[in-house]
Write a protein that binds this ligand. Structure first.
Ligand SMILES: [Mg+2]
Ligand SMILES: [Zn+2]
Length: 243
């Protein structure tokens, strides 16, 4: 049976109340935090490099796992996920974080089972207890998104296209659309919003962050959105809107 709709969530500062990459590194070591702020590398590669350094200096995987249990999430966001799931929506995450952080945090809050897809940078623990993080889209095979707001390692729009096609199946060719909602805060959450085709689709744009600023500055980009924009500050705004 087709889902009632597809609900896509960005992860950092959308589903959770922090940036998981930054949160973990700051928890692990002040020296690595400095490295993060200097940002001399592509973001995903920089995370991988910081975790490599942490491991080489004797840092334990236990501390990384512990940090992931401290990541804050709003209880109204958890309620929102449960409510959509109970109504038959398909829930997906499209994120520039990584699979280990996202899986661990969702499991910590007991909501991993609510999500049918997690599209993000792949991460894994090796036998020595070091966490590796790779780019979803490798440097040698660029995604080629022409929009200019997507990170090198992920075009969230192309990833949402794949999610929609998987759910519509053969119907994707005959002009069928899927009811959708999207929750985001960053500029790279603009591209996927162009995949929502219905005026009743909901685009939740977090107030005070780079996505809102991008839409303020680019009225043409804002006008190109077919969906309804709902500005939100806290998860309770989203919960009230869908209730
Ligand atoms: Mg975000
Ligand atoms: Zn894109």
């Amino acid at each position: 049976m087709a889902p009632a709709g597809l609900a896509c969530f960005d992860f950092d500062w959308s589903l959770i109340e922090t940036d998981s990459d930054r949160f973990v590194i700051e928890y692990l070591s002040p020296a690595l935090r400095k490295k993060l702020d200097e940002r001399a590398m592509q973001w995903t590669d920089l995370q991988n490099e910081c975790l490599k350094e942490f491991h080489e200096q004797g840092g334990s995987s236990q501390l990384v796992r512990e940090s992931l249990t401290k990541v804050p999430m709003d209880s109204d966001m958890i309620k929102t996920c449960h409510l959509l799931y109970e109504r038959g929506w398909d829930l997906a995450i499209v994120s520039d974080a990584n699979s280990v952080y996202i899986e661990s945090i969702l499991e910590h809050y007991g909501i991993r089972h609510l999500f049918s897809a997690i599209v993000t940078n792949p991460a894994f623990w090796d036998a020595e207890g070091r966490l590796h993080i790779h780019r979803l889209t490798p440097a040698d095979v660029p995604h080629g998104c022409p929009l200019g707001v997507c990170s090198l390692n992920i075009c969230k729009g192309q990833e949402v296209d794949k999610l929609v096609q998987q759910r519509l199946g053969p119907n994707s060719a005959n002009g069928s659309t899927l009811k959708m909602l999207y929750v985001g805060d960053g500029q790279n959450d603009y591209c996927p919003a162009l995949r929502m085709k219905n005026p009743e689709d909901l685009y939740f744009v977090r107030k005070g962050r780079s996505l809102e600023k991008y839409l303020e500055k680019n009225s043409a980009a804002k006008d190109a959105l077919p969906s309804r924009i709902v500005y939100w500050s806290s998860a309770s705004d989203i919960l009230k809107t869908i209730q």
